[in-house]
Ligand binder design. Structure first.
Ligand code: HEC
Ligand code: HEC
Ligand code: HEC
Length: 429
């Protein structure tokens, strides 16, 4: 009897394994000669350039700005480091021998031309939603870049995460292949925004927490998380900003890099806004803003202005008379207030108000620590504006008391813990 059960179990195991291999095995797609000049129209290449921006291809596939798309960017994961690959049309080290079919399969299914499964550090889980036209335009743009010979470093993933075949199992659990499905109950503008946000622009890759397998946790969609040492805020009703994101504020932020009622786009979000959305037409940005405002029910621009004025007034009422200032408040007065002051009725994105700023309201202090230590460069936030770095002027303790002061005086949020230690850790990063 036991023998029969054992034989049965082994038989079942073999069948399951065989079924897995059938699903997991992908054929290689034949190589082609790199496309010749003139194969694509200039209009198609120009459209492809906008798509490449929306998909942030350059941000992830470039280490040296002189060698765009040559790959090699290290992406640390809890399982080891993955390096982006060379996607220039170099025939040996890039994708020069890839047909459009092979390129499309990589974008839609996360499978390389050789048939190897790709890791989801490459956001094919979102690119799968792209239209055929967008994939074709993107292919035209990529294949007409300067070919660069460059080999990406070997990944350092630990066993068994380095076995690409096992990615097929990950896909069964966490990957839904398929094009974007328009929601007919919503406007075309909203659908355009959702197509970019969920597909090409892969916004949730940073704004949604991941589970222990590195997949986005759909039960916590848009709840915000720390990624690559920046905090990407919640974009839904869990967003802590005192002013709910209206469509106009979202438009200003995504188009110019700053919203008067929230602050500016620094760190990885600066790349999304400027390198990513920079070339996108206004309709695309309007679409994203409409979609974003829908995620986060707001009461429109009028209420936004009123909420902003209330928040600024409430914060200034909490300030102590100057003779009683504690250390944090004194540092703010000396080092920050000369730039960060506002008329409550018309706050200005160029001097983000601390009583409205997302970094001060965020559950994690990393953005506020980094901006204080490192400043804001000319390219980040609103281009052309910058903020000096204070890392060398202030000690860890001084930064910690400044930030504790901002948290308690400007917001209604709970105090951050272990601030001094967190400042020290940031300096070491
Ligand atoms: C968040 C970072 C990131 C973004 C954004 C990104 N990629 Fe990648 N891409 C990667 C990584 C990492 C790999 C390597 C994955 C692996 O080794 O399994 C990769 C692999 C690829 C491959 C497979 C190459 C090969 O040799 O197998 C192609 C093609 C590709 N990316 C194209 C693109 C295009 C086109 C875009 C823009 C629409 C893009 N990628 C955006 C990170 C990214
Ligand atoms: C590579 C990671 C990354 C991607 C991709 C990304 N974001 Fe962000 N986002 C961030 C980070 C980090 C911040 C915080 C920046 C700051 O405070 O200056 C942020 C901030 C924001 C904010 C401001 C939130 C607030 O309350 O202040 C909005 C709005 C936003 N992102 C929208 C988007 C949209 C829309 C997309 C897709 C088109 C997107 N993000 C894609 C990382 C990302
Ligand atoms: C010389 C003027 C100046 C001083 C002094 C200054 N800032 Fe700024 N700060 C700016 C400007 C300008 C921006 C917006 C930069 C941009 O849009 O590129 C900014 C942006 C910020 C942001 C917004 C980041 C975000 O993600 O929205 C924070 C937070 C901030 N400053 C905190 C501080 C603190 C804390 C101090 C004092 C230690 C300080 N600033 C001192 C000019 C200044």
């Amino acid at each position: 009897m036991i023998k029969k059960i054992l034989v049965g179990l082994i038989g079942l195991g073999v069948i399951v394994l065989a079924a897995f291999l059938v699903i997991a095995w992908k054929p290689s797609i034949d190589s082609v000669d790199p496309p010749s000049e003139g194969e694509f129209s200039q209009e198609q290449i120009d459209r492809g350039e906008i798509i490449a921006g929306l998909g942030n291809c350059q941000t992830c596939h470039t280490t040296d700005q002189e060698q765009p798309y040559a790959g090699g960017l290290a992406m640390p994961t809890p399982f080891g480091t993955i390096y982006s690959t060379n996607i220039t049309p170099d025939p040996e080290t890039g994708i020069g021998q890839w047909s459009e079919e092979a390129f499309s399969r990589a974008m839609r299914e996360g499978v390389s031309r050789s048939g190897a499964h790709l890791f989801p550090a490459f956001p094919y889980t979102h690119f799968t939603k792209m239209t055929d036209g967008d994939v074709a335009d993107l292919y035209a743009y990529m294949m007409t870049r300067e070919p660069i010979q460059a080999e990406a470093p070997e990944n350092t993933l630990e066993f068994p995460f380095n076995i690409r075949l096992l990615q097929a199992g990950w896909k069964i659990l966490f990957f839904d292949e398929g094009r974007y499905q328009a929601d007919s109950s919503k406007s075309d503008t909203w659908n355009r925004g959702a197509y970019i946000a969920e597909g090409l622009g892969h916004c949730s890759a940073c704004h949604t927490p991941r589970n222990q397998f590195g997949a986005e946790d759909e039960s916590q969609a848009w709840e915000g998380t720390v990624i690559n040492n920046w905090y990407a805020p919640a974009l839904n009703g869990s967003n802590r900003s005192p002013v709910a994101w209206s469509e106009d504020d979202a438009y200003a932020y995504l188009r110019s890099g700053g919203s008067p009622h929230h602050g500016v786009a620094v760190g990885s979000m600066a790349d999304v806004v400027h390198a990513g959305l920079g070339l996108a037409p206004d309709d695309d940005i309007r679409g994203l803003a409409t979609w974003l405002a829908g995620l986060n029910p707001s009461d429109g621009a009028d209420l936004a202005a009123q909420q902003a004025a209330e928040a600024i007034n409430a914060a200034s009422n909490k300030r102590t008379p100057s003779s009683l200032m504690g250390e944090g408040e004194r540092i703010f007065a000396y080092a920050c207030a000369s730039c960060h002051y506002n008329d409550p009725d018309s706050p200005n994105a160029l001097r983000p108000d601390m009583a409205l700023n997302s970094a001060v309201f965020a559950p994690d202090p990393v953005n506020l620590i980094r901006v204080t230590l490192e400043g804001v460069s000319l390219e980040e936030g609103i281009p052309g504006a910058m903020m000096p770095a204070f890392g060398e002027a202030l000690t860890d303790r001084e930064v910690a008391s400044l930030l504790a002061f901002l948290r308690s005086s400007q917001t209604d949020q709970p105090a951050w813990s272990d601030l001094e230690e967190q400042v020290r850790n940031q300096r070491q990063q």
